[in-house]
Design a protein around this ligand. Structure first.
Ligand code: GLN
Length: 539
């Protein structure tokens, strides 16, 4: 195909309808037909990136190889497509305005009045076309965050209108809406969909395809009614019924022929039908587990569904490999102390201590790690979880009284975790951590080597603090193995305890790299260890 085709996905009626999953599912179907596809998310908020947003606001912050702190939907894109995304795949209003204002200050506009149209919309279009212009993709799918009718999404819809005008059938708009079921009336209602399409029309955009999120099947009459009122073909009304797992959605979209409709409307010939054999195999394993394990996820945002999104998804992938259902039991770290720990963590087959920032809940995390270490329960500590494992070992094995991270206690007599040299002078918060992929060398004859089966890896980071090498000999002499090292900066990246069935802490975030096609080996081995632990318990 000579140039990229652009597919836009907008949303109406309500937020959280799953635009990200629909975009990723369409991308998966096109990829399975042999096309190269990437997905981009445009977020209408003014933050430069979600890195400075707290998880209560926006769920998990996903990190790419190139160190971009992005929307969690990029995680879905990577998990579905097994591709890596980058800074170019997530753009916010803050970033758009920053570029335009920087240009204005440089004098690039030569005295013009700088306005939303054309300057902001030009910058939005430039960012959309950046991916297409690489020449690497047949399709660029752009998901527009928010809901049509929001004041802040207006410039994005206007950019879509202009692109539509400029490139015609090389551009297509999919509108995702909600068709609610009113139990009292016993009916599905299409009126909200009609209204939301009207809002889009007022802004000059006619959707080509309407995807209807619904909890009950749409009958032919309803499809025809939506088609008639919204000026689309009846075949372009696609049902998106609630699925038992997000990974079923590509199959549902295949049944509804979403990909066929897109290709016909864009006049593209497909090399072959979607080949989803591997995906189907994954679903079969996921839906037919032979066993079950319960993993405790110890964190301070456990009441938030999306705060540990990538970790939960990595467990889904790893569970399928092990043909084992992974029940993730969230435990609030603030609820754990020496008195409650036995009860709070009873019955778990594995304990994962989550990443995090700040001192809230930290003592509970340390107590949970002591419990896992002493009772020989499989343990995985991610980022702050690894740092807590170092603190726990320092306090309870090395007897370093009040050992801590200087993030939690700047006055600690034993700063076993300390701020990185390079971080000391930084005062800006956004985008200033150690971010993105860094290499790590794995020592032979270690658990990490058994897991990775290679000596050189690259994993993604997002932190300011690290293991304090001043204490390295003490830890090593007492039996902690530092099995992964960043040789360039001499940083400890992986720790483990050999006398324990499975005790691993990592300074990086393996969850960001787990995909359906490539489940992350650390999660796969951790679930396997939990499964063995579970079997021994019942023997
Ligand atoms: N707060 C810790 C640090 O900045 C850990 C960060 C994390 O868990 N992502 O180093």
């Amino acid at each position: 195909m000579p140039s990229s085709k652009y597919v836009f996905v907008t949303g109406g009626v309500a937020s959280s309808l799953g635009k990200g999953i629909i975009s990723a599912s369409l991308a998966k179907l096109l990829q399975a037909r042999g096309f190269s596809v990437t997905i981009q998310k445009l977020d209408p908020y003014i933050n430069i990136d979600p890195g400075t947003l707290n998880p209560y606001e926006h769920g998990e912050c996903f990190v790419t190889d190139d160190g971009a702190e992005t929307d969690l939907d990029l995680g879905h894109y990577e998990r579905y497509l097994n591709i890596t995304t980058s800074q170019a795949n997530n753009v916010t209003t803050g970033r758009i305005y920053q570029s335009v204002i920087d240009k204005e200050r440089r004098g690039d506009y030569l005295g013009e009045t700088v306005q939303v149209i054309p300057h902001i919309t030009d910058e939005i279009k430039r960012r959309i076309k950046l991916l297409g212009n690489t020449g690497a993709y047949d399709f660029v799918i752009t998901e527009i965050g928010g809901t049509v009718g929001d004041i802040e999404s207006l410039p994005y819809i206007e950019a879509v209108r202009q692109m539509r005008w400029e490139i015609g059938t090389d551009c297509l708009v999919i509108h995702l809406t909600l068709v609610p079921y009113l139990a009292a009336a016993g009916e599905l209602k299409t009126k909200p969909t009609q209204h939301s399409v009207k809002t889009l029309l007022e802004q000059g955009v006619q959707p080509d395809i309407i995807v209807c999120r619904t909890e009950k099947h749409l009958n032919e009459g309803m499809r025809n009614k939506i088609a008639l009122f919204c000026n689309v073909d009846p075949t372009a009304v696609i049902e998106s019924i609630d699925a038992r797992s997000i990974y079923e959605v590509p199959m549902l979209m295949r049944e509804e022929k979403l990909d066929v409709e897109v290709l016909e409307k864009m006049r593209v010939k497909s090399p072959h039908a979607p080949d989803l054999a591997k995906w189907e195999k994954f679903l079969h394993r996921l839906n037919n587990p032979k066993g079950q394990v319960t993993i405790g996820l110890i964190g301070k945002y456990v009441e938030l569904k999306d705060a540990y999104k990538s970790i939960n998804e990595a467990f889904v992938h790893a569970g399928a490999v092990n043909e084992c259902k992974v029940l993730v039991k969230s435990v609030h770290s603030e609820s754990i102390n020496p008195e409650t720990v036995n009860e709070a963590l009873a019955g778990l087959d594995g304990i994962l201590v989550a990443p995090g920032f700040g001192s809230r809940g930290i003592e509970g995390k340390i107590e949970a790690i002591r419990f896992a270490r002493v009772n020989k329960i499989p343990f995985l500590g991610i980022c702050l979880g690894m740092q807590c494992a170092v603190i726990e070992f320092g306090r309870n094995v090395l007897k370093l009284e009040h050992a801590n991270s200087t993030e939690m206690d700047p006055e600690t007599p034993h700063p076993v975790i300390d701020i990185m040299e390079a971080q000391k002078k930084i005062s800006n918060k956004g985008g200033t951590m150690r971010l993105g992929a860094y290499p790590c060398t794995i020592q032979p004859d270690t658990r990490a080597r058994e897991v990775y089966e290679t000596s050189e890896i690259r994993e993604r980071h997002r932190h300011r603090y690290e293991f304090n090498n001043h204490y390295l000999d003490q830890y090593r002499n007492a039996g902690m193995v530092t099995s992964g090292i960043n040789r360039q900066d001499d940083l400890v990246e992986i720790i483990e305890l050999p006398g324990h069935p499975w005790f691993v802490g990592i300074q990086f975030h393996p969850e960001y790299k787990s995909t359906v096609a490539n489940p992350h080996p650390l999660f796969v081995h951790f679930v396997k260890a939990a499964s063995l632990f579970n079997q021994r318990k019942t023997e």
